[in-house]
Design a protein around this ligand. Sequence first.
Ligand SMILES: [Zn+2]
Length: 44
Amino acid sequence: MLQNPVEFFKQLPQKECAECGQMIEEQAESYLMECDHCLSKRDE
Ligand SMILES: [Zn+2]
């Protein structure tokens, strides 16, 4: 049986935004621990 790439990604722990606790679903290669919303707020 072939390995399903979707199953592989489902095994990855979901990242949570360190600021608001919202789940971060994309950016697997990102080192950032905050969601886009909080990151944009920090830009001010
Ligand atoms: Zn956030």
